[in-house]
Every structure is written in structure tokens, then in C-alpha cells.
Design a binder for this molecule. Sequence first.
Ligand SMILES: *Cc1c(COP(=O)(O)O)cnc(C)c1O
Length: 423
Amino acid sequence: MSLKLATNALHAGHDVKKTQGTRAVPIYQSTSYVFDDSEQAANLFALTEAGYIYTRLNNPTNDVLEQRLAALEGGVAAVATASGTAAIATTLMTLLKAGDHIVASNSLYGGTYNMLSNTLPRFGITTTFVDPDDVDNFAKAVQPNTRVFFAESLGNPKLDVIDLEGISVHAKAAKVPFIVDNTIATPALLNPIKYGANIVIHSLTKYITGNGTTLGGIIIDAGTFDYSNGNFPEFTEPSPSYHGLKYHDALGPIAFIARVRVEGLRDLGSAPSPLNSFQVIQGLETLEVRMKKHSENALELAEWLASRDEVSWVNYPGLSSSKYTDLAQKYLPNGKSGIVTFGLKKGFEAAKKVAENTKIFALLANIGDTKSLIIHPSSTTHSQLNEKEQTSTGVSPELVRISVGIENIDDLKEDLNQALKAI
Ligand SMILES: *Cc1c(COP(=O)(O)O)cnc(C)c1O
């Protein structure tokens, strides 16, 4: 039976008969699992039999979360990680080696931008950042050593809606997988796999858990990329790292995600705690209703902010003034998520002050909480970037970012009203 998102968010991956009839997904807080005998243990390590070995590699609670998110995104399988950043690092370090090259959108989450521009080059992996508004920029940046394309479906904090389909055509031509960070949109609003993404990543820390209690990440494999195309010998040649396994031959559509688990998690140790996965599952249950409310509140506040004298501009893909209106209608027909940015006419100091003066909106460096949040990125989350980098990632001195929660909309307006009046 093919079930819809709201149903899968509550049920996918949990076989109640295998968990003593428990209606809630249990927390399996165990590091390791008793083998039946040596032969079974050998089969588990050889991947000829499914089962649990050690919680750095797999765990029954994490397993439910993985199956559930794979179902929500339309992927073949998934691997959960300790954070969104761990998901990105584990994916790239599983796929790439020294000498390889990434083509990435220039409007990325600050932490990801830093990883690609400063940390990965130390290991010989370089990135060309391109303006994703023209999808041909991805094709133009391709080099003989390019091995992945990377973009956020809805850029943080630029809120640019990416033409996934256009970019995926170029990824296919370049014979590289297209990795999409879908954190801001969530599977409740957008499924990048439908538009050609080969790997989907989420920070579960944001909307998917939704209440600001838990760090988490996920890597979802669409199972659609052909790793035998000549660009990825690590998938076709015997792996010295896993007793000569030829991932492509042995595992077909799950070659990538299997390698993430048995080599990526094994070597990088990026596994989540089962307790955290349990917490993520609690949040995930209500994802669809929350994203609807976040989107409604954000649209109403964006329109209200646009009418204010203190405000010079408002950026929200749901506004008719947005340059992404058409792409937003195509890719996000059911809501444009909860992040809004706006500029203060009086600039940097005024923006800082508004962020300090709200009472319901909490001043902090996170997004995607049920509770409303506010920040001045130029002096905080993006302060490690130089001015040029700030501009390319969409951060200007007068910009304030809000993550609109699911509180009563009139209370949120009144809170911003008094903060704007104070400048
Ligand atoms: C927060 C975020 C990340 C990083 O996730 P963590 O769970 O904080 O490591 C990656 N991408 C996007 C778009 C994010 O918003």
C-alpha cells in the first residue's frame, strides 16, 4: 500500500510485532548486539544477512528513523547521523578523494560554506561556488575532476528557490550525483528526488524534530545514480577497506548508502545516539501540520513587514514581490516554509537592535523551532565570512532573519511592532 506523507510520518519503518507491540518506537539504548553464533556474525559482517552489529553502524531505533525518512523523501534507504553537518561531511568523504572537485551553489548554510571553502581543501578537495539563479553556471564550472554537485533546495538565509530540475540535467550530463540539502523545505513541502536529486540531506535539528531539543542529520539515497559510469572506481573496483567488496556489483541501487554505513560511519563515527533518534521521531510525527502553520504564519508576517515604514525590503518566496515566485509555485506549492528575511532602512545598528528587542522571538542561532527565533546574521552566524562572502551567501549588514514559529500570529506581529518602534 502506498501511503501519503502524514501517514508515513507516523508509521513508516516501525513494525510493532518486532517491538513487543509497542505503539511508540522504543529507545534501544544498547551499543552492541548478541550474535546467534560465529557463522551468523560472519554473515552480518559480510552483508549477506541483515542485522545489527554495533550502534556506530546500525541500531533499531535509528533504523526506524532511517526507514521513515527514506519513505518521506521517496528514497531507497537512508543513514542517520549525529547532526546535519555530520551528514554532509560523511556523504562527501564517502564519495570524494584528494584531487576531486565540487560544484556548489554559493547560497549555502554558513557552516557548509566553511566546510567546502576552508576545511575540505586541506584534504585536497576543492569547490567552485556558482550563482544558482542561472543553472548553466553549474555546467560551466565543471572540470574533468568534478565528482558532485551540491545545493540547498531553499537557500539559508538567501531563501533562493533552486531550479532543481535544471541543475539535475547538468549533473546527469557531467555524470556526477546531485546532492540536495532539503533542510528548510522539509519533505512535507518538497521532495527533491522527484526533480532529479540523487542524494538528499537534512539537518534534523531544524523543522524535522521541530522543537529545538535535538541535533540530528540524515542522508537519503534516491538509488538513481549509476556509480559504474567510470567516474567512481571506488564503487566498481574491489574495496580494500571492506574485504574486496565491489559495491556497485554487490549492492546495485543501494551501493552508495551501504558504503556510507559500512565505511563512512565506521571510519568517521558520525552515528547518532538512539535517544536522539527517538526524540527526532517524536517531532517528525507532526511535521506536516507544523509546516503548514509555519508557512501560513511566515506569509502573513512577511506581508505585514512589507507594509512597515522601518523596513526597506522583505524576502520570502511566498511574496508576489519575490523574484522566486514562479520557482516557488512549482517546487513549493503547499507552503514556502517559515524563514523570512528583511532589511532595516537604518542599516546594521538598527538590525542588531531589532534582533535584541523582541520578547517572543528569541535571539539565537537556530531555525525551524516551533518557537519563533530571530538573528542578525552579519554580526553573528556569518561574521566569520568576509564582506564578499557575506554578500554571495545573501547576507547584507541591514538583514534580519526570523524563523517564524507556530505561536498566535497577532502576538508575533505585536512583538515585532514593539521591537521596530524601539529603533
Ligand atoms: C543547520 C543546517 C545545517 C547543519 O545542521 P546541524 O544539524 O546544525 O549540523 C545544514 N544545512 C542547513 C540548510 C541548515 O540549516
